[in-house]
Structure formats: structure tokens, C-alpha cells
Write a protein that binds this ligand. Sequence first.
Ligand SMILES: NC(=O)c1ccc[n+]([C@@H]2O[C@H](COP(=O)([O-])OP(=O)(O)OC[C@H]3O[C@@H](n4cnc5c(N)ncnc54)[C@H](O)[C@@H]3O)[C@@H](O)[C@H]2O)c1
Length: 250
Amino acid sequence: MRLKDKSALITGAAQGLGAAIARRFAEEGARVLICDVNAEAGEATVATIEAAGGAAAFQRLDVTDEASWIAAIKAAVERFGRLDVLVNNAGINIREPIEEMKAENFDTMLGVNVKGPFLGIKHAIPVLREGGGGSIINMSSICGLVGHKYTTEAYTITKGALSLMTKTVGVRYAKDNIRCNSIHPSTVDTPLVQVLFQDPQKKAERLGEVPLGRLATDRDVANAALYLASDEAAFLNGVALPVDGGLTAY
Ligand SMILES: NC(=O)c1ccc[n+]([C@@H]2O[C@H](COP(=O)([O-])OP(=O)(O)OC[C@H]3O[C@@H](n4cnc5c(N)ncnc54)[C@H](O)[C@@H]3O)[C@@H](O)[C@H]2O)c1
């Protein structure tokens, strides 16, 4: 059990990558607070984890709202007695290129993808410090490392900001035994991508840029998060870890 006795708060954990990380953490013994704006899907993820013998609870959290963060951190401590791991996973992508993007949509993306993790880190640090340290994991993207023609400027701005927020937090709070690292997945295999891949040319184009020749799976990403959360990664701090089959290694 690689996360035995640890407690983790994961944002955007009702579905997708956040839910996969929550399931993986619970398999390895962590108690997991599933945080999301979507209560119905969040409770369903809790039920899946409990059915598999894991420990989880749901807490409604809007990552853009500071009061909501204060309540979520408090809930984690009250429920599990401590907090060891924060995963800032919630993120959105409004797919408008820069010339077409409405200013309010840009603000919305900054709110969820940048202000969200900022507030989470702000309120988690005192609790992590009090517990003797911890691991903060920020879900960036390959788009937080390199420019990419299939994405939008707003998305790269938010994911790039998260990459550097990670490094500053890692440097400043290492003295408190708090590590901060980011994960950078390439496109993950989801039903949405499979629709896109019905066009053979699009499929060949997208897979052609990945040296390993396939999409990421949610398990690939969850395993990277598991490693960073665990004590096996005790000397990894300020790292930007691609989970991309070598896409950004060119
Ligand atoms: N799927 C990919 O291909 C991919 C690749 C690289 C990085 N990422 C990043 O991984 C993360 C998760 O992606 P996903 O594909 O699983 O997304 P998803 O859309 O399937 O899930 C995102 C979750 O975040 C929640 N959420 C949205 N706004 C929120 C808010 N204000 N407060 C709390 N929760 C909120 C949603 O309700 C949802 O449950 C994102 O940060 C995304 O940018 C995804």
C-alpha cells in the first residue's frame, strides 16, 4: 500500500482524470476527498471507490471560490484527521482561438485553471505544514510545456502559469517538507477523442506526433500522480513530469 495512512484532496474528481486518480490513490490505501462542483457524479465516484473497499467522501468545491476552499480543507481534516496530498486537477478548456475568444471566457479559464490551484495551495499549506509536510500535484498539460497547434492560446497561458506556480511553491515550501510537482499529459483517450478519431486523417495526424504511437490512458496519468504523492518521490520537488509518450522530447 503505497499511500497507507495518507489523506488526499483531489479537485475535479467527479469524473475523468480526477476520478481515475482518486480510484488509484484509494487502491493504494489513501483516504480520498472527492471535490467537485458536480455532486451527483462525485457521489458516484465515492460509491465506486467504497464498493472496491476504499475510503472516500464527497465535498462540493468550486475551486474559484475561496470560502469553498476553506470549507473543503476543513472537511478533509475533520473527516480524515490530516491532509497529506493536494491534487489540483480541475481544469477547463473553452476552445476559442485568441482572435475569437471573448474576454469573459478568458477570465473564466484563468479562474478555474490558475486561481483555483492558487487558492487551494494557499489554504492547504498551513495544514500540510502542521502535519509535517506533504505533496502538492498540479495537473498541467503538454500545453504547459510547449506550443501546440491543436490547442488554444488561453489554455497554454493557464497551463504554463501552473507549471511555474509549481516551481515557486516547490522552492519556497521545501523548508516545510512540502513538495510541489506538476504532471503534463498528452491527449488522454476519452469518448470525445474517439469521436474525433473517426476521421482517419485526424487520427493519423494526432498519433503521428507521439513517439510511442498511442494516446495516454487515465491509468498512465493516475500512476504518475500516485508516484508523486508517495514517499517514493520524496526527493522530487519542482519537477514538470510529462506523461506524453515522448511527445515533448523532440
Ligand atoms: N483529458 C485530456 O486529454 C487532458 C490532457 C492534459 C491535461 N488535462 C488536464 O487534466 C485535468 C482533468 O481533465 P479531464 O479531461 O479529466 O476533464 P473533465 O472535463 O473530464 O473533468 C473535469 C472535472 O472538473 C470539474 N470542474 C470544472 N470546473 C470546476 C470548478 N470550478 N470547481 C471544481 N471542479 C470543477 C468538472 O465538474 C469535472 O468533474 C484538467 O486540468 C485538464 O486540463 C487533460
